[in-house]
Design a protein around this ligand. Structure first.
Ligand code: HEM
Ligand SMILES: [Ca+2]
Ligand SMILES: [Mn+2]
Length: 342
């Protein structure tokens, strides 16, 4: 028999009637949070928030008899007074307060809302995978312990240890960092807000993985700050953690593998995000509302080096496989415009 679909507002369909309300939440946030469906500042902040809520989860702390956090449970919104003060959460208070009234208005849990906003927002970015969205997280949480969110000044060893505690392999850390393809900084160097981590912060592409491997020779803004490294392009910022993870033998080959295979980039990011979004949750107790999430547009272009760069500027770090041969974009050296503020 054909699958029985529930029909929701606007005649849209989903496999589970319980998912219908998410179409209404989506209409509201596309219009009133993401400025009509943009892959811009609010989307970037919302994607960062999915991570900073979820990564507050430590089996190692539980094993020591302490509370290790509830993972993707909305605690960063429930207990914003506590969690947004953590050093690694610098600047996250803005999007927490912008999102909160939407969650309350629609009567959905903070944990669900944060992951839903990330998945809908990601669908606004050409090249993105259609992320999974499971609904049904309880609207109860305890504050996460501090020091569970990685910092850009952390060593690769410490990032691998912290992320490993939460259940991620070194390769999955790299997969998650595809998020930095649609991302910018505001607080590492506060004098240059909106400076992105790659030249295309409005697209989910592999430029982040290419550009982090270029030789860094630009000092943006007010100098090299804590957690920052020299960048390859005017207008771009490179995090120290991204610079190190791109070059470390434990992560370099996964990094390089995401450059020329967009389908692999999408499927690896989707799988890692599905894991992130359910940290601390029991998957079988959640309802699959993924069919509410829009299908993102495809990329129009294959990967290239930024204009003005050559293959000699690439600091290849994967010993097992040669770096793929890329041609450079034509024109004067690429200089990157900041992401406009909200
Ligand atoms: C090694 C782990 C990570 C470190 C050290 C790290 C660090 C950072 C830092 C320092 C910023 C700049 C914040 C600011 O100054 O405004 C940032 C931005 C961002 N991060 Fe990460 N991050 C990590 C992993 C992730 C993951 C796993 C995700 C999502 C799945 C993520 C998504 C983002 C996004 C979307 C932004 C941009 C926010 C905006 O444009 O407003 N990051 N990250
Ligand atoms: Ca990009
Ligand atoms: Mn921002």
């Amino acid at each position: 028999a054909p699958p029985r679909l529930a029909t929701c507002s606007g005649g849209r369909t989903t496999a589970h009637a319980a998912c219908c309300k998410w179409f209404d939440v989506m209409d509201d946030i596309q219009a009133n949070l993401f400025d009509g469906g943009e892959c811009g500042e609010e989307m970037h902040e919302s994607l960062r928030l999915t991570f900073h809520d979820a990564i507050g989860f430590s089996p190692a702390l539980f094993r020591q008899g302490k509370f290790g956090g509830g993972g993707a449970d909305g605690s960063i919104m429930h207990h914003a007074d506590i969690e947004t003060v953590f050093h690694a959460n610098n600047g996250i208070d803005g999007i927490v307060e912008v999102q909160r009234p939407f969650a309350i208005k629609h009567g959905v849990s903070f944990g669900d809302f944060i992951q839903f906003a990330g998945a809908v927002g990601m669908s606004n970015c050409p090249g993105a995978p259609r992320l999974e969205f499971l609904a049904g997280r309880a609207n109860f949480s305890l504050p996460s312990p501090d020091l569970l969110v990685p910092e850009p000044s952390d060593s690769v060893t410490s990032i691998i240890a912290r992320m490993g505690d939460a259940g991620f392999s070194p390769a999955e850390i790299v997969d998650l960092l595809a998020s930095h393809s649609t991302a910018a900084q505001d607080h590492v160097d506060p004098t240059i807000p909106g400076h992105p981590f790659d030249s295309t912060p409005g697209q989910f592409d592999s430029n982040f993985f290419i550009e982090t491997l270029l030789k860094g020779d630009v000092i943006p803004g007010n100098g090299i700050n804590v957690g920052e490294a020299m960048s390859p392009l005017q207008g771009e910022v490179r995090l120290q953690s991204d610079a190190l993870l791109a070059r470390d033998p434990r992560t370099a080959c996964e990094w390089q593998s995401l450059i020329t295979d967009q389908a692999r980039l999408q499927s690896r990011f989707r799988a890692a995000m599905a894991k992130l979004a359910t940290l601390g949750q029991v998957r079988s107790l959640l309802t699959d509302c993924s069919d509410v999430i829009p299908v993102p547009a495809a990329l129009k272009k294959t990967p290239t080096l930024p204009a003005g760069k050559t293959m000699a500027d690439i600091e290849a770090a994967c010993k097992a496989t040669p770096f793929p041969s890329l041609s450079a974009d034509p024109g004067p050296p690429t200089s990157v415009a900041p992401v406009p503020p909200s």
